[in-house]
Design a protein around this ligand. Structure first.
Ligand code: NDP
Length: 333
């Protein structure tokens, strides 16, 4: 007896991709971690296929000068550095493609990843390098002054504000760390905190309280920024929504967001262990996730360092781990 095909079956059948490809090594993401993994994987004959994702080149393409990546004594712009890494990955045969990984199935021995909800890649190894996205407040001025005084990375951009006045938004460990870092470079650092207490660890709170050139603006929120082409100041609300609400202006040259990062790990959540924020958990000292053959590198698994050079280093680890996994597997079979 034949099962009759109802509408739901038909819709399910329509979703089955006709385009299926088998690869040895799939790399998802094109920041420093993804491209470095690609360089190593290609040189180890893993014939990597790399999908660039939503933001080809990753977060660095949104920064200006990069002066802390070893090997560029005169500095380099973020986009140029990423183009260099891409060329280096391509030189050894990485198949670099446009496309976004939209779904995964890591339940079997072969790992399945859907690209743009249509093409299906079946991979022996998957290297996840999807990065993290800095959270912004959602103000129009953040876009208007992007590259002109607005930054979400003090370690990357703080140097350009030596001797100047800056503001950091946020009250967590990132904000207090960034404020401390900037306090060592800048004349004055305002810490804009929306509540009347910090979320940061006690030790960081103490450090901030004891740093004379950090001024905490308690119960302040940002209304907007002003300046002729570049940031010259911020307009804040003090005690917004209360009878004591007032508008305050501060003169600053740099406006740093430190209100958290969101690791781009949603599509892996059904199979991989994540921490409470969403960072992929890896076995310490390796790039191994809880699924054999699936590796994670760069910011998607790193809540602590988040630097291009550490991401690149972990990309190298992921490719070496993938190569060893395949070689051990072939010896077993
Ligand atoms: P958190 O989520 O801990 O803190 C975010 C901060 O930003 C909070 O103070 C929050 O305010 C504030 N905030 C969020 N949204 C807004 C908004 N729209 N407007 C104004 N303020 C806002 O993020 P972090 O990046 O600081 O830390 C993430 C994790 O990483 C934490 O677990 C942290 O401990 C850890 N970390 C550890 C470090 C270390 O060990 N060296 C260094 C850096 C981070 P509110 O408090 O009111 O919610």
């Amino acid at each position: 007896m034949f099962k009759s095909l109802n509408l739901n079956d038909k819709q399910e059948n329509n979703k089955v991709p006709t385009d299926v490809e088998r690869v040895k090594c799939l790399i998802i993401g094109s920041g420093p971690a993804g491209y470095t993994a690609a360089i190593y994987a290609a040189r180890a004959n893993l014939n990597p296929v790399l999908y660039e994702g939503l933001q080809p080149g990753g977060q660095l393409t949104t920064t200006t000068e990069v002066e802390n990546f070893p090997g560029y004594p005169e500095g380099v712009t973020g986009p140029v550095m990423m183009e260099d890494l891409k060329k280096q990955a391509a030189r050894f045969g990485t198949d670099i493609r446009w496309g976004l990984a939209t779904k995964t199935d890591f339940s079997g021995d072969v790992h399945r990843v859907w690209i743009d909800d249509s093409k299906l890649i079946e991979a022996d190894t998957v290297i996840i390098a999807t990065g993290a996205t800095a959270k912004y407040l959602g103000l129009e001025d953040e876009t208007k002054y992007a590259g002109g005084g607005v930054s979400a990375c003090a370690t990357c951009d703080g140097f350009f504000y030596r001797g100047k006045d800056v503001a950091v938004v946020g009250g967590g460990d990132t904000a207090t760390e960034e404020a401390m870092y900037l306090a060592g470079l800048c004349r004055k650092v305002y810490l804009i905190v929306r509540r009347n207490e910090l979320r940061a660890s006690k030790v960081m709170q103490e450090r901030v309280f004891n740093t004379p050139n950090i001024e905490i603006l308690w119960e302040h929120q940002t209304k907007g920024l002003f300046g002729d082409g570049v940031v010259e100041g911020a307009i804040l609300w003090k005690k917004k929504g209360t009878p004591e609400e007032e508008e305050v202006k501060i003169k600053i040259d740099g406006f740093f967001l430190a209100i958290g990062h969101k690791p781009n790990s949603e599509i892996f959540a059904d199979y991989l262990q994540l921490d409470e924020v969403g960072y992929i958990k890896t076995t310490p000292g390796t790039s191994k996730t809880n699924v054999p053959g699936v590796f994670a590198c760069g910011d998607v698994q790193d809540p602590h360092y988040r630097q291009a050079v550490t991401a690149a280093g972990s990309g190298c680890m992921a490719a070496i781990d993938a190569e060893r996994y395949l070689s051990e597997k072939s010896h077993r079979s």
